[in-house]
Design a protein around this ligand. Structure first.
Ligand code: DLL
Length: 432
């Protein structure tokens, strides 16, 4: 049930002591080894000795993705390159990617955290893990891979893509756990159906999906189509990669590995902490990283802190499933819209497939939102009237949920481009 019970179920008081000790060491490491941090601390008159309690974390400056970009490629590293054994980079779509480095010890910690995550997500060493996260600069493939080997499971390093081969291997090798993005899991289910392979012919029993936002409805859809139990895993390259947090079998929030990461949820505008239960931006401080310590890293990911203990026995802080990113949030006619809100409505209404695209444009001075969504196979062959009704229902429901007017375009099944990694859900023509 646990990979490392001592840490996963550590009494809260003891955990806090460990966190403070590690925070102080991290602050020292950053101050003495990374000119960026020394300057940032000195600019506000802070020294490592000023961190005397966990509350003092609030005195420290934030780190942003831009800071990593400004120090591209290795300027934020706290160790000489001779100690760096691995380099990854983030899948940023704009500007230079952010580059992250790991010492041998960092890789060891990452494998430990991923082993904990896999067990927390329901994997055992008897499982055959089909790892369809991309291998390469992306942290997903190798991150899961090292954790799976540490656990002692049998890992198939298949990477993303070549979907028919994925299904053949899944069937022939008897894969029991699938790891990939939720959008790719859905695509696999779709191709499986096309190939006439039913979930009953597979040994697959659980999936560990993340690297992009996905809704509760999407979880149910994936669970139904693949006949598995699906959990949500979170992480980001700048902080380590996958393995920052994961759901347990309760599927009620993600446990954050608190002996390695400190989390805060802040109001992105006032930059002050928000109370548990309130949505805000997740801020993470690494506690044990050697090559790239990050202090109060602004993830831009939106979540809330969850109160109360989890019946799984882990004492870590939990965060809610992610709603999206502050930079995914579309402001359409002054109203905040998240793609995940649209996804929830589409899946709740039925009649459509979880393949959709938001197209934002501007006509004159007015912003417009078009939601393109694929119709289910059965409905598509139906009478035009059924489609018209569906479109009307979707428009009504989306408009009342989002609070703005929406155009819905129903498209034929399998016409929206599928992704093998992170799905693209938005085209904002206003910026082009
Ligand atoms: O996506 C690491 C990862 C790999 C996580 C495999 C989980 C599984 P990056 O490419 O740096 O790293 O992207 C990080 O992806 O800031 C979030 O916006 C998003 N993200 C990751 N996991 C989730 C999740 C990997 N479970 C960025 N829910 C993060 C929502 C997620 N968004």
């Amino acid at each position: 049930m646990y990979w490392n019970e001592r840490y996963e179920c550590m009494p809260e008081e003891e955990l806090r002591e460990l966190q403070l000790e590690r925070l102080q060491a991290t602050v020292k490491r950053a101050f003495f080894n990374v000119p960026f941090y020394r300057k940032a601390f000195q600019a506000i008159g802070i020294e490592p000795g000023d961190i005397k309690s966990l509350d003092d974390l609030q005195k420290l400056p934030f780190t942003t993705k831009q800071d990593l970009r400004d120090n591209y490629p290795f300027g934020m590293f706290a160790v000489p390159m001779s100690e760096v054994v691995r380099i990854h980079s983030s899948s940023g779509t704009t500007g230079k990617p952010t580059v992250v480095g790991y010492t041998r010890h960092d890789i060891d910690v990452w494998a430990e955290l991923m082993a904990r995550a896999l067990v927390c997500g329901g994997t055992t060493r008897h499982d055959i893990i089909q790892n369809a996260y991309g291998y390469g600069l992306f942290t997903g493939g190798l991150g899961i891979h090292y954790g799976a080997e540490r656990l002692g499971a049998s890992v198939i390093p298949i990477s993303g893509g070549n979907t028919k081969r994925q299904i053949m291997i899944m069937k022939d090798y008897g894969s029991t756990v699938l790891t990939c993005t939720p959008s790719y899991a859905l695509h696999l289910a779709e191709v499986m159906a096309e190939m006439g392979v039913s979930p009953g012919e597979l040994k697959l029993r659980c999936g560990i999906f993340g690297a992009e936002p996905w809704s509760e409805n999407m979880r149910q859809e994936i669970e139904k189509r693949l006949g598995i139990s699906a959990v949500d895993i979170y992480g980001l390259s700048e902080v380590i990669g996958p393995g920052v947090g994961i759901e347990c079998q309760e599927k009620n929030g993600l446990h954050v590995f608190g002996d390695h990461f400190l989390v805060e949820v802040i109001d992105p505008v006032t930059e002050k902490s928000v109370p548990p239960g309130q949505l805000g931006e997740l801020v993470i401080t690494s506690l044990t990283k050697e090559a790239l310590p990050v202090i109060r890293y602004r993830t831009r990911d939106i979540t809330s802190l969850l109160l109360g203990t989890c019946s799984c026995g882990r004492t870590y802080v939990r965060v809610a499933r992610f709603t999206g990113r502050t930079d995914d949030m579309l402001i359409i006619r002054g109203v905040n819209v998240f793609p995940s809100q649209v996804e929830s409505v589409l899946l709740e209404m039925g009649g459509t497939e979880p393949h959709y695209l938001l197209i934002v444009d501007r006509q004159g001075a007015l912003d417009t939102l078009e939601v393109k969504v694929e119709v289910s196979d059965s409905l598509f062959s139906d009478k035009v009237r059924g489609l018209e009704e569906l479109e009307k229902r979707l428009v009504n429901e989306l408009e009342s949920t989002l609070g703005i007017s929406v155009k819905v375009t129903l498209v034929e099944p399998k016409t929206i481009e599928r992704s093998e990694g992170k799905a693209v859900r938005v085209i904002d023509k206003r910026k082009i």
